[in-house]
Design a binder for this molecule. Structure first.
Ligand code: TYM
Length: 331
């Protein structure tokens, strides 16, 4: 049976980008067609300046949102990365397979290290080695598919390279995974800056729709979205990024094509009104379910405990095999 692994990092409140690019598909499709594991990757949240209490809070909130989005613990495994030692165990081995050059080529490393430097912060070594840990997340489980948004493609490509290299040098140990992406909205852009990704850890929040935003706030952010001064509505990502982003969000909400939707609106005001309504309706059940689940933290803790136990059993033998293959004496 196909195996799927994906993860989400608790560095901020989850956004519409996370939902449309990843989470919705995990819940609506992936968990039903494959043996799936979904992980709150908290170790990754320590790669940038962080407040320990906030990371704890966001980890719990992310796990609750995964369940609220429809991940069913009877169908898939939901857990927290730091509860399963195999991730960190395997990460070190993969650092011994990866090169310094390939880590430095990662776009996210370049962007985030530049941002840290501008803010006068030091760049943590773990920001550089992050992709080795992400590769470990995936390879420990023998995942065939990794459902992600567009921004993670490069990391999954690197994971493939590391798996192939390890297998060639030390014997076949890892499944070589591939990234899968949603048909539309694989890269939801910031409503205030449609040339930049809608990112949960960005500082300016006016262009970011958070999954737990009040409906009024969602509508306001969409109505204030930056578009352009051209009349009418047309779908052209390069020339009209703001309008294209709104069309893609609407397409993701309605299941229609962005090009077709463009013909249905004669101005950006009408388009924004339709997008605002569609997004508010899309998020309504998620918010309601999140409120219910938040009232029962013990249930969420239980799901995470069981999930970690299952994840450990799956990962352990493969990580042990990797240790043996690379030359470490069995314990
Ligand atoms: P993270 O936490 O940044 O994002 C979680 C998922 O949401 C997708 N996503 C988006 N999709 C569309 N538009 C956007 N604006 C947008 N923003 C985020 C991401 O592509 C991702 O699928 N490194 C990963 C977490 C990770 C991981 C893994 C993922 C760690 N280990 C192993 C898969 C497999 C990350 O930072 O995702």
């Amino acid at each position: 049976m196909t195996r799927i692994f994906s993860g989400i990092k608790p560095t901020g409140h989850l956004t519409l980008g996370n939902y449309l690019g990843a989470l919705r598909r995990w819940a609506d499709e992936d968990q039903h067609r494959a043996e799936s594991l979904f992980c709150v990757v908290d170790l990754h949240a320590l790669t940038v300046e962080h407040d320990p209490a906030r990371v704890r809070r966001l980890s719990r909130q992310a796990a609750t949102l995964l369940l609220a989005a429809g991940l069913d613990p009877a169908t898939c495994t939901v857990f927290v990365q730091s509860h399963v030692d195999e991730h960190a165990r395997l990460s070190y081995v993969l650092e011994c397979v990866a090169t310094d050059g390939e880590m430095r080529r990662m776009i996210q490393y370049k962007e985030k290290s530049a941002r840290a430097q501008v803010a006068g912060q030091s760049v943590r070594l773990s920001l550089l080695t992050y992709p080795a840990l992400m590769a470990a997340d995936i390879l420990a489980y023998g995942a065939d598919e990794v459902p992600v948004g567009e921004d993670q493609t490069q990391h999954v490509e690197l994971t493939r390279d590391l798996a192939v290299r390890f297998n060639q040098r030390y014997g076949r140990t890892f499944v070589v995974p591939r990234a899968t992406r949603p048909a539309v909205a694989a890269r939801v852009m910031d409503l205030q800056d449609p040339l930049d990704k809608m990112g949960k850890s960005h500082e300016a929040t006016g262009g970011i729709v958070y999954l737990l935003d009040e409906p009024d706030a969602v509508a306001r952010k969409v109505r204030r979205a930056v578009t352009d001064s051209e009349p009418g509505v047309s779908y052209d990502r390069a020339a009209r990024p703001g309008v294209a982003n709104l069309l893609e969000i609407l397409a993701a909400c309605t299941g229609e094509e962005p090009e077709k939707l463009a013909d249905a609106y004669d101005g950006s005001g009408a388009l924004k009104a339709a997008v605002a309504e569609a997004v508010v309706e899309l998020l309504r059940p998620l918010r309601a379910r999140h409120a219910e689940l938040s009232a029962d933290p013990e249930y969420v803790d239980g799901v995470l405990r069981d999930g970690a136990a299952r994840a450990r059993t799956l990962a352990r033998p493969r990580v042990d095999a990797a240790y043996a293959a690379i030359g470490l004496l069995p314990a």
